[in-house]
Design a protein around this ligand. Structure first.
Ligand SMILES: C[S@@+](CC[C@H](N)C(=O)[O-])C[C@H]1O[C@@H](n2cnc3c(N)ncnc32)[C@H](O)[C@@H]1O
Length: 220
């Protein structure tokens, strides 16, 4: 397991937990410089902070944390963040950020295949769910990793026509999500108080793509 602020070295990886290819290895290089990404992550982070209470004792899981753009906004308000991602390249960018040292632990692992031996007060995720083929399994994984009464906050695209990503984009398993269908999956996994807000609308090449934030409480 990676230590605070560190990414496991390639040699230490458990190959069964790792993706076959790092689809974000090139994107990681200038991810933080992308204007659309910055605007979107800032809007999502701001909406999460508005909708979800945090305190300095809490431990947070950031699923699909990437370079840490969401974790960085939450870090001053919480005790500790575990930033999980399947892209070593994205996590290397996260781990290099001095402001996240000692607060954010980077873990390169597919937790839908091999879970963490920890439970969290909050799980947050921005724009990662459409990269996971089995949404039902992912929501089940979130439920397993939350403490009873813990809160989930997931942002992703509303249903779109497939034009958000380039035609040849790999690893895109969903063209956004239908809010009612997602709410039904959350209910099936024991989530309560399911609420949607629109966190942002991406304007890209003359088209508008709304992005929701859904919050929900783990029952029990
Ligand atoms: C669009 S990026 C978003 C990154 C970050 N949340 C942000 O808002 O800048 C999607 C991220 O999800 C990660 N990802 C895709 N499948 C994943 C999985 N099964 N488990 C964890 N992370 C995954 C990708 O590697 C990538 O870093």
């Amino acid at each position: 397991m990676a230590g605070p602020g560190a990414v496991e070295s390639r040699e230490e990886w458990n190959v069964e937990k790792q993706p076959k290819r790092d689809l974000f290895s090139e994107k990681a290089q200038d991810w933080d410089e992308n204007e659309l990404v910055r605007e979107l992550s800032s809007a999502i982070g701001g909406t999460i902070l508005k909708q979800v209470p945090f305190d300095a004792q809490m431990t947070i899981l950031d699923f699909g944390a990437g370079t840490g753009l969401i974790s960085a906004q939450l870090a001053p308000r919480v005790g500790r963040i575990v930033a999980v991602d399947t892209s070593q390249a994205m996590l290397e960018r996260l781990a290099a950020k001095p402001e996240l040292q000692g607060k954010v632990e980077a873990v390169c692992q597919d937790i839908t295949q091999a879970g963490l031996d920890r439970r969290f007060d909050r799980i947050v995720s921005a724009m990662a769910m459409h990269h996971v083929a089995d949404t039902d399994r992912l929501i089940g994984t979130f439920a397993e990793h939350l403490k009873p009464g813990g809160l989930l906050a997931v942002a992703d695209l509303d249903t779109e026509d497939g034009t958000f990503h380039p035609e040849d984009a790999q690893g895109v398993h969903h063209h956004g999500f239908d809010r009612d269908a997602l709410a039904a999956i959350l209910e099936r996994h024991g989530f309560e108080d399911i609420r949607f807000v629109t966190a942002h609308t991406v304007n890209k090449e003359g088209r508008e793509y709304p992005v929701f934030l859904v919050t929900a409480k783990k029952g029990g």
